[in-house]
Ligand binder design. Structure first.
Ligand code: GLU
Length: 475
């Protein structure tokens, strides 16, 4: 019987969750969901020196924000499995697939240097591979510290069918007898990851292709322990627009920074999906549609390019699709960044303006700019020289429209649009000659939504106040 699919995301808590990690988590979750399997998260915290609680928290925050936390809500910590790692190393010592290596660090350094001088990859030369039991007893009796190394075949090759990259074959001569347990008894990454993946019944190891070199090593450990080798799927790198490895400048920043920049988690997930996978030309893909269609074998082998313009466009599409209540809830915190809660009046105006603002925003932060005028009462200050110019040229129409509005009781956007239209018709002016100065009088800028929408959101009293009804504008 084939085992049910189980995938995992296994971040090391040495920093925040970055974009590449988030995509690995997403693909792991998508594949598990697609196959009706399970997705888990294991925090690989055995490197005590480099792991921090702050990084654990940051990774959890990032995953939670993107809804990529483990299916059962439980994070597994690698440190809780350490005994299993040691046990596995001892099992390998017993069955002859590993051995104790007493070579001193200085000797290893010298070995490394010599290899470098010859222009070769530094490799352990196997000098303690075949110590006799007496030699081992003798060294142990003297208290010489030892590491446990795997005993690899000296010829042949290691082959696997990578679900993304296809068949990969590595000559065993390229590998060396790498360390499983360090002389202080701590397990290395390769041992720990194999033991944990086996212990957790992981069937598909999905990770960045920076781990490809570890895979043959891990396959040898699986085999030495008599464990089933999982399917490996190595995802290609994400490059910046400059074609280089993603950097801070081109996009490799903390996932939570994307939240601060005003992206929606659903659109970021959608964008991450499209980095290496897709459904033909379809750009807007919901999580459920992706679950339905996702196959590891469809993931591209080549690197993908992270492009902020595309992400912005996609985010704008998600904003347009959102219902106004949810959207207002997402936008609200951006107005309150300084800790001051939105006033009731401001909140009311902004929620009323959602339909008018939606098509103009690509990030949630854009709302703050275009809805600034909702935050205060009374006449706005003018944003720039252009606004001043437009307003002084159009005062006649500002006053004229204010007169017409004064007589209006129905303050819905549609009837206000009607009043504006009628005024324009009757005054014989062109639309911009009225619309622009009125916009400036109401908002202080020329970059604002339609006049009807602004008037309706501000309400009659506030609108007339701003239009300086019956008062000569003193600016
Ligand atoms: N902890 C490793 C990392 O963060 C990943 C291990 C794996 O996916 O096998 O790079």
């Amino acid at each position: 019987m084939t085992k049910p699919v189980k995938t995992r995301f296994a971040p090391s808590p040495t920093g925040m969750l970055h974009i590449g990690g988030a995509r690995t988590a997403l693909f792991s979750k998508l594949y598990a969901k697609h196959t009706g399997g399970e997705y888990v998260v294991r925090i690989e915290d055995t490197d005590r020196e480099r792991s921090t609680q702050a990084a654990v928290d940051a990774i959890k925050d990032g995953l939670n924000w993107l809804d990529l936390g483990p299916d059962n809500g439980q994070y597994v910590f690698q440190t809780s499995l350490v005994e299993k790692h040691t046990e596995a190393a001892h099992q390998m010592l017993k069955n002859g697939t590993a051995y104790k290596c007493f070579v001193a660090p200085e000797e290893l350094d010298a070995m490394r240097k010599e290899a470098e001088e010859r222009g070769e990859m530094p490799k352990y030369d196997g000098r303690h591979r075949d110590l006799t039991p007496e030699q081992i007893d003798d060294l142990e009796a003297k208290g010489v510290p030892f590491a446990v190394r795997i005993k690899l075949p000296l010829d042949g090759s290691t082959v696997w069918e990578d679900a993304v990259q296809g068949r990969i074959e590595i000559a065993n001569t390229q590998l060396d007898d790498f360390v499983l347990l360090r002389s202080d008894g701590t397990p290395t990454y390769n041992l720990a990851v194999v033991v944990d993946d086996a212990e957790m019944d992981i069937t598909h190891v999905i990770r960045g292709d920076d781990h490809i070199n570890n895979t043959p090593k891990q396959i040898h450990i699986y085999e030495a322990l008599g464990l089933d080798v999982p399917t490996f799927a190595h995802l290609p790198l994400i490059h910046g627009k400059d074609g280089k490895k993603l950097s801070k400048r081109t996009g490799s920043v903390d996932v939570m920074h994307y939240k601060d920049m005003g992206y929606l988690p659903a659109s970021l997930n959608n964008y991450l999906m499209r980095l290496g996978w897709g459904m033909g030309d379809k750009e807007v893909i919901s999580f459920n549609e992706a679950v339905e269609a996702f196959e590891l074998t469809d993931v591209n082998k080549g690197a993908s390019i992270f492009d902020f313009d595309k992400l912005d466009w996609l985010n704008g599409e998600y904003i347009k699709q959102m219902n106004n209540n949810d959207l207002f809830a997402s936008v609200k915190p951006f107005f309150e960044l300084d800790g001051t809660p939105l006033s009731e009046a401001a909140a009311d105006r902004i929620s009323k303006l959602m339909d008018a603002l939606k098509p103009r925003a690509r990030r949630l932060t854009d709302f703050v700019d275009v809805a600034q005028f909702c935050l205060f009462d009374g006449r706005p200050g003018l944003a720039d020289a252009k606004a001043e110019e437009v307003l002084s040229a159009g005062m006649e129409h500002v006053n004229g429209l204010a007169d017409a509005l004064d007589m209006q009781d129905d303050w819905s956007e549609a009837s206000l649009d009607g009043v504006v239209k009628t005024y324009i018709k009757e005054s014989g002016a062109k639309f911009p000659a009225v619309g622009m100065p009125v916009r400036v009088a109401l908002t202080g800028t020329t970059q604002a939504p339609s006049v009807g929408a602004i008037l309706s959101a501000l309400g009659k009293e506030e609108s007339l106040k701003r239009l300086g009804h019956n008062i000569e504008m003193e600016r």
